[in-house]
Write a protein that binds this ligand. Structure first.
Ligand code: ADP
Length: 623
């Protein structure tokens, strides 16, 4: 018997089926007509009749008068079961008619002649009872039958617990599978509609619901709108699209939001919380509403519907739906965050594109104006060149005539005439200088200046020029000096042009140094590839903010102390152009009231040679 029992236990498809077989076998083995198995409901005041079988395998309905709650008995209606649980040992009744433990109607209907009720014990608690009763014979139960019934009862209790365990494990497994499927749906797509459709499908599948839907809350209007659904015909959801449910008008939804857990109704038609006319019209039997909450925010509800059959909800199921709804809420929250980011990205991209367009337009405009400026510059240089040539010829004629007149070739001059003629000569000379400067600059800018480098001694050139200028300096009471290094410095440059530069810088130094001062020329060959010429004076100096501009064309320092009219403001631009044409560099250092130092460099070897020798290919970086 026991081997047979354990085979049955392991192969039965469900607990109910298992108990049916066990009841029938027990009845047969114990030699009684009927065996019933009752289990305590977790509530404690009800028992569930799991099965009632005859030895020949017939099912007996123990509750024909209770169609509303099939298979359920109130404990008070069946004192025998309460007594069995209380005593925790078999109760044998050989004459049940006389016992207060069995309702007389029961004895009558089922012709109970004798019975034995054995508690089903698991881990020291009573989980139910196994009741054997005899219909025909008046014979009582023998001790060995009672013993056998007790043994079978402990096997049955174990089988029941095992089956419950398996059921619970399977339920957990299903729960995890559902949650996993939902979480996969949630993470696999950013399309919210598709995600929620999948979530609704998984939820309906897991809960055994006929239809399901995800409704989103519109907090401004206090309504929920259908968003995605599973197995909901259009005629059901469409009216709700047009006239969404007001949360207030559907108390079950409000309750779900208030309690923040899923709420359900097993009997919708009789439930006052589902009295909404639209719900009544749809006439479904049961429903569950799980609130979707993300980051403490109500997002909507997950709605499960059972159309035809009313559904008995278990706490496991409710918990599972809570988890599913939470995941759905997260999905919605993520998707809306994503859409916000996307919106932000799009507007950023728009802005960047607009700015890029604007910048490129500005760039084009700048390029155009640069091109026009270059063009104007070229036109101006051309003009300067032409006009200078045109001016120089008549000026030369004027100068020649004035000189002749001053030499009295045209006859003797009165003192007044001589004074006037001298003034004409000075101004004509200034004009010639100006024109020459303009011509030089225009030629440099046009790239028309020819440079002819030769090796020459810097000291030779410097002393030559200093000698030329010495009378002028002496006249002004200035001291001129030259400091050459120990080795004679030979440079490879255009001697005339180098002389022009040095002459210009010396001229400025003399011009801008008050009498009693000094001008000193220093030559240095401390750099391998270039020689440096340095002209230091003890003049007024140049204010630091104007220093960067002194090499600009026509720029003259605004000090109010210098004789502005004396110069043209072109000398330093020409000097810069000539130095750079020869591969050198020119700069100035000065402090107001402390004199100025002008420096320029010239190559010591042919430029091509220097460039070839420079590792980086940039000879300037060697200086
Ligand atoms: P300019 O014909 O006026 O001398 P430059 O181009 O040679 O024109 O010089 C530009 C300006 O730089 C001068 O007007 C002067 O203000 C200033 N400058 C040049 N050299 C010196 C110097 N050694 N000391 C003070 N200021 C100087």
């Amino acid at each position: 018997m026991f081997r047979e029992l354990s085979r049955t236990i392991s192969s039965a498809p469900s607990l109910k089926e298992l108990l049916k077989v066990l009841a029938q076998r027990t009845a047969a083995h114990c030699g009684t007509e009927v065996c019933s198995i009752f289990l305590w409901d977790p509530s404690g005041d009800q028992v569930v009749t799991m099965t009632s079988q005859t030895a020949s395998g017939e099912e007996i309905d123990l509750h024909p008068a209770q169609p509303k709650a099939p298979g359920r008995l109130m404990v008070d209606d069946m004192p025998l079961l309460a007594a069995t649980a209380e005593r925790r040992s078999p109760i044998v009744l050989d004459n049940p008619v006389a016992s207060p433990l069995v309702p007389p109607r029961w004895v009558e209907v089922y012709h109970v002649k004798s019975l034995i009720s054995v508690p089903l014990m698991w881990q020291n608690s009573v989980i139910g009872a196994l009741v054997l009763h005899r219909i025909g014979a008046t014979k009582g139960f023998t001790d060995s039958q009672i013993h056998l019934a007790s043994n079978i009862a402990s096997q049955v209790a174990m089988a029941i617990e095992n089956a419950r365990l398996v059921q619970a494990t399977q339920a957990r497994l299903r729960e995890s599978e559902t949650l996993l499927a939902v979480s996969q749906s949630v993470s696999s797509t950013l399309d919210l509609k598709e995600t929620l459709q999948r979530v609704a499908r998984e939820a309906a599948l897991a809960a055994g619901a006929d239809s399901s839907g995800a409704y989103l809350l519109d907090p401004r209007e206090g309504v929920i709108r259908p968003f995605a659904s599973q197995n909901l015909p259009d005629w059901v959801s469409e009216p709700f699209q047009r006239n969404p449910f007001s949360v207030k008008a559907f108390p079950l939804v409000q309750e779900a939001f208030d309690k923040r857990v899923p709420v359900y109704s097993s009997d919708v038609p009789a439930d006052p919380r589902c009295a909404h006319p639209a719900i009544r019209r749809l006439a479904f039997k049961s429903c569950l509403i799980a609130p979707m909450i993300a980051k403490e925010k109500f997002i909507g509800v997950l709605f499960l519907v059972w159309w035809e059959k009313s559904h008995t909800f278990t706490s496991d199921q409710v918990r599972l739906m809570e988890g599913v709804a939470r995941q759905a809420a997260m999905a919605i929250d993520n998707a809306s965050a994503y859409h916000e980011i996307e919106k932000l990205n799009i507007s950023l991209e728009d802005k960047i594109a607009k700015r890029t367009r604007e910048l490129s337009e500005i760039n084009t405009a700048l390029e155009e104006s640069h091109r026009r400026l270059q063009e104007l510059d070229r036109v101006k240089s051309d003009f300067l060149l032409n006009i200078s040539h045109e001016l120089r010829t008549p000026l030369t004629a004027i100068k020649g005539s004035v000189d002749n007149m001053l030499d009295e070739i045209t006859g003797p001059l009165s003192e007044l005439q001589r004074r006037y003629l001298m003034r004409v000569k000075v101004n004509a000379d200034r004009l010639v200088r100006l024109i020459n400067d303009l011509l030089d600059l225009a030629r440099i800018e046009e790239g028309r200046v020819q440079v002819t480098p030769t090796f020459f001694s810097l000291a030779g050139l410097a002393s030559e020029l200093l000698e030329t200028l010495r009378p002028v300096a002496a006249e002004k009471g200035l001291e001129l000096s030259l400091a050459e290094g120990q080795d004679p410095l030979i440079v490879h440059a255009d001697r005339d042009k180098a002389g022009q530069v040095l002459m210009n810088l010396l001229g400025n130094a003399i011009k801008f140094t008050p009498s009693g001062g000094s001008v000193n020329v220093e030559l240095a060959g401390d750099e391998d590839a270039f020689a440096r010429v340095q002209i230091c004076d003890t003049g007024d100096g140049i204010p630091p903010e104007q220093l960067p501009r002194i090499f600009d064309k026509f720029y003259q320092v605004q000090l109010g102390i210098q004789a502005k009219a004396v110069g043209t403001g072109l000398g330093l631009s020409i000097a810069k152009g000539l130095v750079e044409l020869q591969g050198g560099r020119i700069w100035a250092e000065s402090q107001l009231g402390q004199g100025s130092t002008f420096c320029f460099t010239l190559p010591r070897r042919p430029l091509a040679e220097l460039r070839g020798a420079a590792v980086s290919g940039d000879a300037r970086s060697d200086r």
